[in-house]
Ligand binder design. Structure first.
Ligand code: NDP
Length: 680
């Protein structure tokens, strides 16, 4: 049997077997942990040093590397699937863990390319003038923390659990040390090997700990951080580590929570939503054999519908075939270990002190497949608690398996109150047909939840499911759910960056942020900026255009061309009574006229204008006013892209200001262009 290896300081460590890790399907040993001790001081000092090298790459380059890793894992996913079967996972479960894992890398790669700059300083505007004459201003920057991120993960998602944390950490430019849960660490080890084999994982970006973390947490420093997924009790123990507290080392926890599903009183058995609801509850109970931090544990239903819902769920759950995922037709695999099976059985017995069994506790239950009598199997259990107003019981006990408890309510307010008795959850699904019910319940539920899904017949056509955390949406809940936050798009990258307020002159702020800041010294050349290639263009490079006097003919022509005959431009009497007291030009005419002032029309390095941001029309422009534009190179982003015909190009964002004859700004915006790089 293989001995798993840790990956520490760039080397694989581990020869002698220690703990045997049994298959959840048949109890046979899949791998051993290693006996050799890890030198955590060495791992940290290597991580910190190598981390500096990670900053030789910028946000954009790391996003590209993430994509390369994702592609490699995708190509080799079958190797992970084969191993993962031993954790008790079905093919569908592997889809969540393994495809969900590299899918998260893909998502972060593309979010990084779209939303992060070149370089390693992320400017979080706006710039706020702090003096009367714009000599002193303030803004915020986010920069990579100088330490190492330690990620401690749960057993249920050995691949996704690692990658959903690695992706934003790596993108942020922080090295990490990953410690998977021991029982399923053989799958994580295989995934780390693939990442290394991909050739896209820079040295030191990732270290892997098989087994315990020893004195690792005691050695962490102020620039390091810890993220944790697992039980609330371990979270409490680890976050109370004296060293972490003394040094204010950030600790992000995602712990077990008692998520719920609420069927609103407007949904009756004859409605499509009744079935949709039952299907969602049953699916969440059996996916990953209920070992999902997001799984539905409590089901709230109006008291008039309790029997109908229990019948429906009984029917669905009764059809679920449980056993070796390799057996055709099996829908639910095993729990991750015999220890988990013991825990889940004990929790069910506790729950039964305040509830009755609707389905489960079946003496004749036998999982399908050879050898499964030694596996960690359990059949779905649906319980019914008729005293939901009492604390404890199903509001408190999490059976981390295919177990849920139905609870009746009388009023909508009660449903919200009962859901809140979980003391903070990752997610709740509310099924209603009535938008007014949704608008009443969701804001009341939100303080107790990290995510809320509304499921009706329309949403069900495309729903990604109650239990699926998505890279673009926040994952993590308040209170018992750990109080942490993961994913949520680029927000997750921010967790690994230090936000710092900076104050100074516009020149200084521009130099630091790598962006033009209004008031900074401009660079003006004889060559039009549109005639310069991406590499040559400089931040603050600027063009002041010639002027143009706006005439009534302009307004009439623009109105006829666009079909916009709004009274403000065409009805002299009405315009005189308006707040401007006179006819004014279309704002979009001012935009178009400004483009006419600043473009250099001949074909050139500026290839295309693909957008406009932060547009404000500040003052009206009337016939007789004379406008002039200033175009300034604000931001350059090198995404390593090439045009469809194969020419390398970059993104240039231009600051545009349009002034009138009195020097008053009338319009302000950013335009986004693609600019060719120099021919090689
Ligand atoms: P634990 O909280 O015991 O373990 C989670 C992680 O923490 C594992 O990697 C574990 O490593 C590690 N760990 C445990 N103790 C320490 C320690 N003293 N120092 C450093 N690391 C430590 O959870 P389990 O995996 O045992 O699951 C127990 C229960 O937690 C489940 O039954 C379920 O209720 C809940 N859970 C919640 C999850 C969620 O996503 N919110 C996910 C999984 C479980 P090791 O494996 O080596 O012990």
């Amino acid at each position: 049997m293989p001995v798993l290896k840790s990956f520490i300081a760039g080397e694989w460590l581990g020869e002698s077997p220690a703990q045997a890790l049994p298959s959840a399907i048949n109890g046979e040993t899949v791998a051993h942990t290693h006996e050799e001790q890890i030198d955590f001081a060495k791992a940290l000092s290597y991580g910190r040093k190598a981390g500096k090298k990670l900053l030789d790459m910028d946000f954009q380059e790391r996003a590209l590397a993430l994509k390369a890793m994702a592609l490699y894992i995708q190509e080799h996913k079958k190797e992970l699937y084969a191993l993962s079967m031993h954790t008790g996972s079905t093919k569908a479960d592997n889809g969540i863990d393994i495809d969900g894992g590299f899918g998260t890398l893909f998502s972060y790669a593309s979010m990084g390319r779209r939303e992060l700059p070149s370089g390693n300083v992320l400017h979080e505007g706006p710039v706020t003038p702090l003096g009367k004459n714009n000599h002193f201003a303030g803004t915020h920057i986010l920069v990579p923390r100088g330490g190492v991120a330690v990620h401690i993960n749960a057993f249920n998602f050995p691949v996704w659990g690692m990658l959903e944390k690695f992706a934003p950490t790596f993108l942020a430019g922080m090295p990490c040390i990953v410690k998977p849960a021991t029982s399923t660490s053989y799958v994580t080890e295989a995934a780390v090997r693939l990442m290394q084999e991909s050739g896209a994982l820079p040295e030191g970006a990732l270290q892997l700990v098989i087994g315990r973390t020893g004195n690792l947490l005691d050695l962490l420093e102020e620039q390091d951080l810890v993220t944790f997924t697992g039980s609330a009790s371990t979270a409490l123990k680890l976050r109370s580590n004296a060293n972490l507290m003394a040094r204010s080392v950030p600790f992000n926890a995602e712990a077990d929570s008692l998520n719920s599903a609420i069927l609103a009183p407007d949904v009756k058995p004859e409605h499509e939503e009744f079935d949709i609801f039952a299907k969602e509850v049953a699916r969440e109970m059996v996916a990953k054999a209920g070992q999902k931090c997001t799984a539905i544990r409590r089901v709230f239903v109006h008291q008039s519908q309790v029997d109908a819902l229990c019948e429906k769920l009984k029917e669905r759950l009764g059809k679920i075939r449980v056993g070796d995922p390799g057996v055709e037709g099996v829908r639910m695999g095993a729990l991750a270990s015999m220890d988990q099976l013991k825990d889940v059985r004990a929790s069910i017995n506790e729950l039964l002190k305040t509830s009755e069994c609707v389905i489960g506790k079946n003496e004749s239950f036998r999982p399908e497949g050879p050898g499964t009598e030694n596996g960690a199997f359990i059949e779905p259990h649906l319980l019914l608690c008729r005293t939901p107003e009492k604390d404890g019981g199903a509001h408190d006990i999490e059976a981390f398996g295919p177990v849920a408890t139905v609870m009746p309510y009388e009023t909508i307010e009660q449903a919200v109150e009962y859901a809140a008795k979980g003391r903070g959850s990752l997610v709740t699904t509310l099924t209603t047909r009535d938008p007014e019910v949704a608008a009443r319940m969701i804001p009341a539920l939100a303080p107790y939840h990290g995510r809320l899904q509304l499921l009706d017949a329309e949403a069900a056509k495309e729903s990604t499911g109650h239990g699926s955390p998505l890279p673009m949406l926040k994952h993590g809940g308040p209170g018992r759910a750990g109080g942490g936050e993961e994913l949520g798009g680029i927000r997750a990258v921010h967790h690994y960056l230090q936000r710092t307020a900076i104050q100074g002159s516009p020149n200084m702020l521009a130099a630091i942020t790598g962006e033009y800041v209004r008031g900074a010294q401009l660079k003006e050349y004889d060559v039009h900026p549109f005639r310069r290639h991406f590499e040559d263009l400089q931040i603050n490079e600027s063009l002041l255009t010639h002027r143009r006097t706006v005439t009534e003919a302009d307004i009439v022509n623009f109105g006829c061309l666009s079909g916009d005959h709004f009274y403000m431009h065409f009805d002299d009497l009405a315009a005189r009574e308006s707040q401007f007291g006179k006819r004014i030009a279309h704002g979009y005419f001012v935009l178009s006229a400004a483009a006419g002032l600043f473009v250099s029309p001949a074909p050139g390095p500026v290839l295309a204008n693909y957008g406009l941001e932060t547009l404000r029309f500040i003052e009206p422009v009337a016939p007789g006013d004379t406008i002039q534009a200033r175009l300034t190179c604000k931001r350059k982003i090198d995404q390593g892209r090439t045009s469809p015909d194969g020419h390398p190009q970059g993104v240039v964002v231009w600051d545009v200001q349009v002034h009138n004859q009195e020097g008053v700004m009338v319009a302000s915006y950013d335009i986004l262009t693609l600019v060719a790089k120099k021919p090689e």
